[in-house]
Write a protein that binds this ligand. Structure first.
Ligand code: ASP
Length: 351
């Protein structure tokens, strides 16, 4: 593993700070955690200076708790990475954990043909607190963003989440624990790397671009007219109608039971059919934290398929949302969007 260029120049990393617990401190007046100036984070992590890398930083203004993330932040992030793409070997994005999986997923679609690492990280405890997990997360993320293979190519040219010594593909990850340091999981795809005494890369699982020389395409058109309907016992026709037939919706993600099942009642299926006939794109994702949709096993799943619902396979909800925002932003016709949904574009689904 190499970290510097074959010609001896230092690896260079751009550290992008958007906010989140990692850089928060207690505000004595509000008695709540609020974000603080990024320069203090570098003071808190002098260990970064021990790497022989050139590390620059960029701080978003305003800094936000990631619960306030909007697609406009993703557009700004993508534009920033596009502008600085040729200047750095890798990018590390410091981000709140609450919506990190949404941001990492959506960015993975917005950047097509990525040839450099974009590693998201954050922490459960602020970096200034004694037991913080932020230092370890940040140091590992920087090391991974700088890592090169024997030919001098980045080892992980993907959008990832690095958390608690595990590197996960961004669009396969979800936040699953609000308390533990192991806050993220990627249930349907193995880790891309694990950090112990050494960082062990699972190189056969890492996506490699078609061409290292080609500059990626940076897409910034997102169409967010997407809703999510989580099926549950007792769901009413009024709720289903409002979400599925809403005027301002081009697509609806159905979070169904198990292998993609939903109520078999006629009122439910007839609303699904009506939505489909109206031209809404309906995508079936399982509520389970792992496993996949298969609409051919049970009669309830078959009825959804017959009503025009598409298979989301083993996609996470976060990834399905980001993929739809991207596809709807890029394509005008349902045919093109549906074709994209069926494809594994960035390693987000296994078919
Ligand atoms: N609320 C915080 C955020 O997502 C939580 C965190 O960073 O862990 O910004």
């Amino acid at each position: 593993m190499k970290y510097n260029h074959p010609n001896g120049t230092k690896a260079s990393i751009l550290l992008i700070y958007t906010g989140g617990t990692i850089g928060m401190r207690e505000d004595p007046v509000l008695q709540a955690l609020i974000p603080f100036d990024f320069s203090q984070i570098l003071e808190e992590v002098p260990e970064l200076g021990k790497f022989a890398y050139k590390i620059d930083s960029y701080t978003f203004d305003p800094l936000i708790d990631s619960s306030d993330v909007e697609p406009s932040l993703w557009v700004s992030l993508v534009r920033l990475i596009e502008e600085r793409y040729d200047d750095y070997d890798g990018f590390v994005v410091l981000h709140g954990t609450d919506t990190m999986a949404y941001s990492a997923s959506t960015l993975s679609f917005m950047i097509e043909g990525l040839t450099k690492p974009v590693i998201f990280t954050g922490s459960q405890l602020p970096i200034g607190t004694p037991r913080t997990d932020g230092k370890e997360n940040l140091i590992s993320a920087v090391e991974i963003a700088a890592a090169k293979d024997e030919d001098g190519h980045p080892l992980v040219p993907e959008v990832c989440i690095c958390f608690d010594n595990v590197l996960m593909r961004g669009n396969r990850s979800r936040k699953f624990n609000a308390d533990h340091f192991r806050a993220f999981r990627s249930e349907d795809y193995p880790p891309l790397a694990e950090a112990g005494i050494n960082i062990r890369y699972n190189r056969s699982l890492i996506r490699i671009p078609e061409s290292w020389e080609k500059r990626p395409l940076f897409h910034t058109a997102l169409d967010t007219r997407v809703s999510i309907l989580k099926i549950h016992p007792g769901i009413t026709p009024g709720v289903v109608r409002n979400i599925l037939l809403g005027e301002d919706t081009r697509a609806v993600i159905l979070e169904t039971y198990g292998a993609g099942n939903a109520p078999s009642k006629e009122w439910f299926l007839s609303i699904v059919r009506e939505a489909s006939e109206m031209g809404k794109i309906l995508l079936n994702i399982t509520q389970c934290v792992a496993g996949r949709v298969n609409m051919d096993i049970y009669a309830t799943g078959k009825s959804l398929k017959a009503a025009g619902v598409m298979n989301g396979y083993d996609s996470t909800t976060e990834s399905a949302l980001g993929k739809l925002f991207y596809l709807l932003g890029v394509f005008d016709t349902n045919e093109e969007v549906k074709k994209g949904l069926e494809m594994d574009l960035r390693g987000e689904i296994s078919k």
